[in-house]
Design a protein around this ligand. Structure first.
Ligand code: FE2
Length: 217
């Protein structure tokens, strides 16, 4: 476990944060190791501000760092903005909030028309089923109190939204291992699901030409 001895926890830079994360790649990446690392560092809003972009029509996904094992994003949520209910492609995820509060609604897969679609290599499910049944397990609040919200192979389906529906934007920091390029989005009304590709609104602080964006966290 890296010790950022020379880094003041209140002045952690994005470069420090990524270097520490990168050092975890020398061993097996587990939920617990990254959680312990996150307990040592504290990226504040000021450090993330170069990656903060707001869009009226949807929340933005802003790439900070990516390699073969880790993907680090800042997500920016205006009031009322939310994801659909979605999966995480069987990968691990850690989320903290640096400004505002987000709600995470956690779900469990119960059944669908095509469970055999989960028997596929490299992604969690081919999707495309109907009569999808999910169970809402609960809702958690994640604020700028350094709490970490997790997704993993057991708890992989959730929906995230800005807890403040009227006034304030919020910014969350997301770490995924491995990076997630697509996932399954669920429509709870039609009880159908489908795979969606994920794109970034900005990368390394620069808005992408096509403002590429899919509405998934
Ligand atoms: Fe998510």
């Amino acid at each position: 476990m890296p010790k950022l001895i020379d880094v003041h926890p209140l002045r952690t830079s994005v470069g420090d944060f990524v270097a520490g994360l990168h050092s975890l790649e020398t061993g097996i990446i587990s939920q617990a190791r990254v959680l312990e690392y996150l307990s040592q560092v504290n990226l504040r809003y000021e450090a993330l501000s170069p990656y903060v972009f707001w869009k009226d029509s949807f929340y933005t996904r802003n790439l900070i760092f990516r390699d073969e094992l880790f993907e680090v994003l800042a997500l920016c949520w205006l009031p009322g903005q939310k994801t659909p209910v979605h999966s995480h492609n069987g990968q691990l995820g850690w989320m903290t909030v640096v400004q505002g509060e987000v709600l995470t609604h956690q779900y469990r897969y119960v059944r669908c028309s095509s469970p055999e679609n989960q028997n596929v290599v490299g992604i969690d499910c081919l999707a495309g089923g109907h009569s999808v049944e999910l169970e809402l397990l609960g809702t958690t609040v994640c604020g700028d109190d350094h709490r970490v919200t997790l997704v993993d192979k057991i708890h992989t389906i959730h929906q995230i939204e800005n807890a403040d529906g009227a006034r304030s934007g919020c910014v969350s920091l997301h770490i995924y291992s491995k990076p997630i390029d697509s996932c399954v989005a669920f429509d709870l009304n039609s009880r159908r699901c489908g795979r969606r590709s994920l794109r970034y609104y900005s990368a390394q602080g620069i808005v992408l030409a096509d403002e590429g964006q899919a509405k998934i966290a």
